[in-house]
Design a protein around this ligand. Structure first.
Ligand code: CUA
Length: 333
């Protein structure tokens, strides 16, 4: 290879690396494209820490350069006990204590409850999220794998786990917080504009940990109220003949032993609530897009999609039956 070709290859590699690195800074799941005041505070904290660390590093390297290559008098001054004490004890104690204090102050303000907050609870399970909402009339209802939040109103989320350690992380809105067995942790976030962002379980929780994600939709308050009203209601009845066939198959195959569809006999609590499955943005904790074909795939081949999950693969259905069942579930809006 000649020199020009080598240089071109080098430039192309650098451009590719920079491109990949920068593209990671944007999008639905980036800590650097924040949308809420809690995430904004963490971004400022990150900038302060990086700038401070860089300044300290440059200072230490400058002193080191003087110590190695400076004039005899400069080296003698650097070696005096008072300079060693000031640079080696006083400086790190003062600077690191100040940065630590600042970090604690940010952490305190970001996890405090706020008046008028919407109170939700999210339970981490291998490998999906159980979500409980107040229905606005004193009761609660359950959904899964997706949060819908009102813009401009703080949302206080009680985080627990049904099995192992998980960590709830929606980088656009807030820092990550662990879901610890036997304990409830509280996280407050506020979305400042409507939109759709993605979150991820941030603590290794078993084989399919990487497939434990979720979407968060922020809606203007009036749209949120409409969504909550509909979501709290029972499932609509199957309309078409095919959907009715699907409903019969759902009941007959015992799906209701693990899943709830409110308004029907299905009241299982082991798996995600499916009452309004069709209204969600994704399936299987943001692993698949939400459509009838993906639901059919999940029912018959879920162990290939998310190995080790608790649901058995149902390959007993004929193609026509499988699609009737998927149609029924996707029609649950
Ligand atoms: Cu749940 Cu990782």
């Amino acid at each position: 290879m000649n020199a020009a070709a080598t240089q071109f290859g080098l430039r192309a590699s650098v451009a590719a690396i920079v491109g990949v690195a920068v593209s990671g800074c944007d999008g639905v799941q980036s800590a650097l494209s924040f949308d809420g005041s809690d995430a904004a505070r963490i971004t400022v904290l990150t900038i302060v820490m990086v700038v401070a660390a860089t300044a300290i590093f440059l200072l230490v390297m400058t002193v080191l350069a003087f110590a190695l290559w400076g004039s005899a008098s400069a080296r003698k001054r650097l070696a005096s006990p008072s300079v060693v004490f000031a640079g080696g004890v006083v400086f790190p104690c003062v600077v690191l204590s100040a940065l630590l204090g600042y970090g604690f102050a940010v952490m305190r303000t970001s996890t405090h409850g706020e008046p008028g907050a919407l109170e939700l609870s999210v339970v981490g399970e291998q490998w999906w999220w159980r979500v409980q909402y107040p229905d606005g009339r004193g009761g609660t209802f359950e959904t899964a794998n997706e949060l819908v939040v009102p813009v401009g109103r703080p949302v206080r989320i009680a985080l627990t786990t049904a099995d192992v350690l998980h960590s709830f992380w929606v980088p656009a809105y807030a820092g990550k917080l662990d879901m610890v067995p036997g304990r409830t942790n509280y996280l407050t976030l506020t979305a400042s504009s409507p939109g759709l962002v993605r979150g991820q379980c941030a603590e290794y929780c078993g084989g399919a940990h990487a497939l434990m994600s979720l979407f968060v939709r922020a809606l203007p308050p009036a749209e949120f109220a409409t969504w909550r009203e509909r979501e709290a209601a029972d499932a609509e009845r199957a309309e078409t003949g095919r959907q009715r066939r699907g409903a019969t198959l759902f009941a007959g195959a015992g799906c209701g032993g693990c899943h709830t569809i409110r308004g029907t006999a299905a009241n299982g609590l082991i798996g995600p609530d499916l009452t309004h499955l069709g209204s969600r943005h994704s399936l299987a904790a943001a692993t698949l897009p939400n459509n009838a074909a993906a639901i059919a795939r999940w029912i018959a081949h879920n162990e290939t999609i998310k190995p080790g999950n608790l649901m058995p693969e149902y390959r007993v259905f004929s193609d026509a039956d499988l699609h009737a069942l998927a149609d029924y579930l996707f029609a649950l809006k």
